[in-house]
Design a protein around this ligand. Sequence first.
Ligand code: GLC
Length: 428
Amino acid sequence: MQQWFTDAKLGIFIHYGIYAVQGVAESWSFYNGRMSYEDYMKQLDGFTASKFDAKYWADLIAKSGAKYSVLTTKHHDGVALFDTKFSDLSVMKATPAKRDIIKEWSEAIRDQGLRVGMYYSLIDWSHPDYPSVYENGVVPDDLSQVNRFSSPMDGVQDPERWERFLAFNRNQLGEVLSNYGQVDLLWFDGDWERSAEQWGLPAFKEYLKSFNPDLIINSRLQGYGDYKTPEQGLPITRPEGAWEFCTTINTSWGYVHTDHNYKSLNQMIRMFCDCISMGGNMLLDIGPMEDGTIDPRQEAILLGLGDWIRTHEEAVYGTQEGIMTRYYLGGSTLSPDKKNLYLFVYDTPRENICLKGLCNPITKITVLHSGKELTHEIHGGVPWFHIPGTTWIQITPEDMHDQVTVLKLEFDEEIEMYGGSGAVVTHN
Ligand code: GLC
C-alpha cells in the first residue's frame, strides 16, 4: 500500500449530483421504485452548479485536515460530472450547469497539495447495454424479482451487449484517468452486481493501472482491490490490511433537504479517533446542494475536525494503530518508532487514567494541546517475573480538551506490552 494513503488518516468524500436538486437518495430512489426514472431524470433540468466554486471546496477540505478527497465522477444513475465523449448523459451536455465539475475540482484539490480520488460507479442503471446479463451469468428462477435497471426481464442474456457495456466503462474510465492529471485513487462502487469474471478481471485492473502504476483502487472490485471499505458501521475487529471507513455526516450521502440527523462534532472526532486507533482512515462524506454550496452544518463539522487535528497533529498523521483496549479503555496511536504512545481520552476521568500491561518506564507524559506535564504512579506488578503493575496517570477536569484530550507518553525504548494472564508469585 502506498505510504501516502496509510499516513493520510482523513479523506473527504463528496456525493454531488442531480439527486441534490430534489434532495432524494442518490440513484437508489428510482432503482427502489420510490420515484419514477422519468421524475428522477427531470432533476437534470434543475442542476445548475451556479455557485459551485472548486477553490472554496478545496480550501475547506484542506482546512478539515484531510489529505485526500474523493468525488463522484458518476453514480449508479449514470450521470457523469465530467465531459465524456461516450455518453450524452453528463452535467456538461444535459444540465444547465454545462461545466466540467471534475476538471475544476481536481485542479483545485491538487493546488491545495491534496491527493485526488475519483469515485466511479461500475454499475450504470441508465445505460441501455447494462441490463443485458445476470449476476454470475445465472438466470434467476423467479424473474418477477428482477430489477429492470440491472438485468434483462425476459431471462435472455446478451453477452455481446455486455461486452459493449464493458468497453463503454473502459472508455469512460480512460477519460477519468487521463484527462484530469494524475489520479491517485480510484474509488469503485457497485461491483456486487456482477462477478469478477464478468467485470473482466484481472485484465481490467491491469488496464486501469496502465494509466498510473501507483494508482490505488478500493476493494469494491470483486476481490481485486487494494484496501477494504467498511461503510457506515465502525468495524469492531480491525479489518485486515489497509482500510478506510466511509461515513455520512448525517444519514445521507448526497444532499437531502429533510435530513437533519447530523452527528455532532464530538461524535465525529471520536469516530475518527476510533478509525486511526485501528490503523484505518476515515473518509467523511459531504453532500453539496445542487448549486454547489455546502450546508453550514457540514462545513462546521469539517472546520471543527480540522481544528482538532491541527492541535493534535503528531498523534494523527503518519501514526500506526495503537494498543488494544484491554490495556487502555479508549483509543490510541503509536509513532512509527513506537517510542511515543498517544492516548485518546474521550470522557472526563473521575481520578486517573488507567493503563495496564505497560512494561517500559514512562519518561514523560504531556497533555498534547496544553503541553502540561502530568505525573503518574505504578501500583502492583512483579518485576522479577516480568509482570507489570498498573499505571495511574493523574489528571483533573481542567486538563481536558473540550473535544477529545490526547496524552502523549514518551519512552526511551520501543513500547512493550504484557499479554499474559498473570501468575502465582512463587519466589518472593
Ligand atoms: C453505497 C451506495 C451508494 C454510496 C456508497 C458510498 O454502496 O450504493 O449510494 O455512494 O455506498 O460508500
